[in-house]
Write a protein that binds this ligand. Structure first.
Ligand SMILES: N[C@@H](CCC(=O)N[C@@H](CS(=O)(=O)O)C(=O)NCC(=O)O)C(=O)O
Length: 209
């Protein structure tokens, strides 16, 4: 395979990359790093990593880190970045909003789960509302209206994480609900989401929902 994704044995920040590549019909190799090897310093990967973190992405002689930079690289490569700079700017803005959302989720899961879960779920409408409004502003089903972009794969994964955490969280958000159904119905994504490889990967190391 032309691409390699190096990451821990979870979905985490590498899943939107897998969703994009799958939907674009691209193959990749998963290099899975057991967390104990990484933390125990047994693997040289942490020292080699530019920011000491994963995911790491390789495309031939390109080696890069930073999950959102990887998504933008693939967005340019597969024409998933709008049709001009203005559309690209809105797509980047939405993905930055998704990054803020993901960071809140990661903080909940890793540091505040037992004490903060109920409050986090109660506040979800405030986190989801902006993305419902974005879809209503750009009719066509995707973040950038009728043309799919790299941010859509990040949105899908973040919505999947939250549907696991709070199954009814999209009941007040018809456009987000329709977005998930539309993305899941895309043939390549559908078969990936039903695959063992996908099902076997927990959402994150603590996979408590
Ligand atoms: N901004 C980076 C963050 C990467 C990051 O925080 N990686 C974590 C794992 S996760 O947050 O993606 O789950 C990591 O490598 N942690 C191990 C370490 O920091 O040694 C990105 O988007 O790739």
């Amino acid at each position: 395979a032309q691409y390699t994704i190096t990451y821990f044995p979870v979905q985490g920040r590498s899943e939107p990359i897998r969703l994009l590549l799958t939907d674009q019909g691209a193959q990749w190799k998963d290099e899975v790093v057991p967390i104990e090897d990484w933390m125990g310093g047994k693997s040289p990967l942490k020292k080699e990593a530019v920011f000491g973190q994963l995911p790491k992405f390789q495309d031939g002689d390109l080696t890069m880190y930073q999950s959102n930079a990887i998504l933008r690289y693939l967005g340019r490569k597969y024409g998933l970045y709008g049709k001009n700079d203005k559309e690209a700017a809105v797509i980047d803005m939405v993905n930055d909003g998704l990054e803020d959302f993901r960071l809140k989720y990661v903080r909940l899961i890793f540091t505040e789960y037992d004490t903060g879960k109920d409050k986090y779920i109660a506040d979800l409408p405030n986190q989801l509302g902006p993305f419902e409004r974005i879809l209503s502003k750009h009719p066509g089903g995707f973040v950038n209206g009728s043309q799919i972009s790299y941010a859509d794969y990040n949105l899908l994964h973040i919505l999947h994480l939250h549907l696991k955490l709070a199954p009814g969280c999209l009941s007040e958000f018809p456009l987000l609900k329709a977005f998930v159904a539309k993305m899941e119905a895309r043939p390549k994504l559908k078969s990936y989401l039903e695959s063992d490889a996908c099902k076997r990967r927990p959402a994150h190391p603590k996979d408590k929902q």
